[in-house]
Design a protein around this ligand. Sequence first.
Ligand SMILES: NC(=O)c1ccc[n+]([C@@H]2O[C@H](COP(=O)([O-])OP(=O)(O)OC[C@H]3O[C@@H](n4cnc5c(N)ncnc54)[C@H](OP(=O)(O)O)[C@@H]3O)[C@@H](O)[C@H]2O)c1
Length: 424
Amino acid sequence: MQLNVGLLGLGTVGSQVAERLLQKRDSLARRTGVVLNLRRVLVRDAERPRSIPSELITDAPDEVLNDPEIQVLVELMGGEEPARTYIERGLRAGKHVVTANKVVMAKHGPELLELAGEMDVDIYFEAAVGGGIPLISTFKVDLIANDIERIAAVINGTTNYMLGRMGADGLDYAAALLEAQAAGFAEEDPTADVAGFDAVYKLSILASIAFGARVHPDQVFREGIEGIDPLDFRYAKELGYEIKLLAYAARPNGKIEARVHPALVPVSHPLAQVEGAFNAVYIEGDLVGPVLLRGQGAGGRPTASAVVGDLLDLVFTIRKKAANRVLMTFDPDPPMLPMADVVTKAYYRLRAEDRTGVLAQVGRVFGEEDVSIASMIQKDSIEEGTAELVFTTHPARDAALARARERIAELEPIRRVGAFFRVI
Ligand SMILES: NC(=O)c1ccc[n+]([C@@H]2O[C@H](COP(=O)([O-])OP(=O)(O)OC[C@H]3O[C@@H](n4cnc5c(N)ncnc54)[C@H](OP(=O)(O)O)[C@@H]3O)[C@@H](O)[C@H]2O)c1
C-alpha cells in the first residue's frame, strides 16, 4: 500500500520532515506496511536550491491541492493565511491533514475538526504545541479518562531563554533579547513571543482539548515579559521563586480560567526548573494526579518528530480502516472566568520615601481591599532617601489586587509601584 503525501512548506520543519520521509522510506514502510511517498512540495520560491530533488518542488498551490493522487497534506508553511484556506481545501477534497500550525488550530481548530469529521478524514496537529513533546496525543488518548483540573506550562522557549539569562546573569531585558536573537531563539520581530501571543495560541489549543470546550485565543488573558526589571529576579530568588512566562488554565467551579503572564513560580515547583529553550507542561487530572511533560518545544528535528509521528499514526488508523478515530468535541461557548474574578497570590515591589508610617499606609490599603500580606522585605534603594519594599500576598481576587496596586501608587510617600507579578 502507498500513501501519497503533499508537503506545504519546506523551511525549518518541512525540510526535516521531507528528509525523514525520503531517507527512511524503506524502514518506515517495513514498520508500517505502507510506503509514504513524498509526491509534491509547495514553496514560495521554487528557484531556490533545496536539499530534495527539484522535480518535487513547486510554487503552484493547485499542483498539490488539486492533485487527486495526494491523500495526505502536511501543512508546514505557518501563518494564518493562506494556510487555513489550503487546509480547508484539502479536507474538502477528502485529504487527511497533518499540521504544525498553532495560529490556525487555535483560531479555527474546532471548525476544521468538524469539517474533517464530515469528510471522514483526520486532522492531526501534535506539532502545533510544544514541538516534539507529546501533548495532544497525551490528552486525546492517555488522559482521556480524567477530568483535567489544571494545566500550568512554560510553553515559549524564547521567553524562557531570556528570563533564564536575566535571572542567572543579571542581563537586562534589551540585552537578553539581543542575545536570544543572536542565538537564533528569537525572531527579528520578537512580538509574538515576548508579548505572549505564541503562548496564548498554544494554551488555547491545550485548554480546548483538555476541557473539551472551545477556548478562543481572544478569551485568554495575556501579559508579556517586556520591561521586566532584573532587580525582581534577585528579590524573587530571595523569596524562593523563579520568574517564568506562565501559561495557566483551570476550571474552578465549572468556569474556565485561561491566562498567560509572567509569574513567580516556587523553586520547588517542577516548572521552576525548566531551563533555556525547553518547554514543560504540568497537568493535573482527577484520576492520574500530577503529570509532567518536558522536552524541546521547538526546532526543526523535534518538531519533525511530532509531524512524522502524526503521519505514522494516521497510517495505522487508515490501515485499520478507522479514519477519524478520536472525534473531538468542544462545548462551543463554555462559561469563562473573567480575569477580575481569578484568585491568585501576588508580588509587589514599591519604591517609597524612607520614613515612618509608610508601611502602615500600604498595609491599610491592602486591608481595605481584602488582600492579606504573606511576606514583606525592605531594601535600601539606589535612589537617595527611598527604600524598596517587596510584598507577597495570600490569594485574593485579581480585581482587588489591581485596585490595591492603583491605590498604593497614589499614596503620597510612594514614588512608584516598580513591579507587580502574580504568584503560583
Ligand atoms: N520552527 C520551529 O521550531 C517550529 C516549532 C513548532 C511548530 N512550528 C510550526 O511549523 C510551521 C513551519 O514553521 P517553520 O519554522 O518551518 O517555517 P519556515 O522555516 O518559515 O518555513 C516556511 C515554509 O513555507 C513556505 N511558505 C510560506 N508561505 C508560503 C506561501 N504563501 N506559499 C507557499 N509556500 C509558503 C516557505 O517557502 P520558501 O522556502 O520559499 O520561503 C518555507 O518553505 C509553522 O506553523 C510553525 O509555527 C515551527
